[in-house]
Design a protein around this ligand. Structure first.
Ligand code: HEC
Length: 203
């Protein structure tokens, strides 16, 4: 059986436009079929919509540009951040807050490590006093309130050999060291250094 390439336009089957004359290669013929109706309508709808969209965005400001959407989202985010910052205030170091802070044993426990690492060298491993004064008795050279102790740690008394720690420790770290020092009060360790300063009876 010999295969013969058909010549001339093939009769169009149903739903098919006529073969386009001359559009033929290797026996493959091109037909003039219309696009499906839904596709054509979608195409027309896009063309009709685009000038409306352009005018709505650029002329009548009816639809936001991406830049406007971004600016709006950033403003919303800043608002959320402000509300959050107002409801979760940063660390407070006034007398009252420091008192509350020291009253929580968890905060004192958090300061134990700082104390062991940097304070014990001068104040003794249990606060009994070495080069620095005894921190376990009720006598204080520079005041024994939570605020006094905090300020002593933060600003130090450089002239008397107590370094300032506010350049190397955060407020929270200094407050937890303060809470730990407060927790040493009355522990009465063996070999404690003699009392120095005035008694503090505020606790
Ligand atoms: C280099 C030694 C040294 C180190 C380290 C040191 N201190 Fe002191 N500290 C001193 C000396 C000395 C004094 C006494 C200051 C004075 O006579 O005014 C002092 C005083 C204090 C006081 C006041 C005591 C009082 O009787 O009024 C507190 C509280 C204190 N230190 C806590 C700390 C804490 C907490 C740390 C660790 C973060 C620390 N110190 C680290 C040497 C030191």
């Amino acid at each position: 059986m010999s295969t013969q390439t058909p010549t001339g336009p093939k009769p169009a089957p149903e739903n098919q436009g006529p073969a386009i004359q001359g559009h033929k290669y290797d026996g493959i013929r091109e037909y003039d079929n219309p696009m499906p109706g839904w596709w054509v309508w979608l195409f027309i709808a896009c063309i009709v919509f685009s000038p409306i969209y352009i005018l709505a965005v650029h002329q009548f400001d009816f639809i936001n540009t991406y830049e406007e959407d971004l600016a709006q989202s950033q403003a919303d985010l800043n608002e959320i951040r402000e509300v959050y910052a107002a409801s979760a205030p940063s660390f407070q170091t006034d007398a009252r807050s420091l008192q509350d802070y020291a009253a929580d044993p968890l905060n004192a426990a958090a300061g134990a490590e700082t104390y062991a690492t940097i304070c014990a060298a001068c104040h003794g491993d249990v606060g009994q006093g070495l080069i620095g004064p005894n921190l376990t008795d009720e006598f204080w050279i520079n005041g024994g309130s939570e605020e006094d102790i905090y300020l002593n740690i933060a600003e130090g008394v450089p002239a008397n050999g107590m370094p300032a720690w506010n350049t190397s420790l955060s407020e929270v770290e200094m407050a937890s060291a303060m809470a730990f020092v407060v927790s040493l009060s009355g522990t009465n360790p063996p070999g404690a250094k003699e009392p120095q300063g005035e008694p503090y009876t505020g606790r």
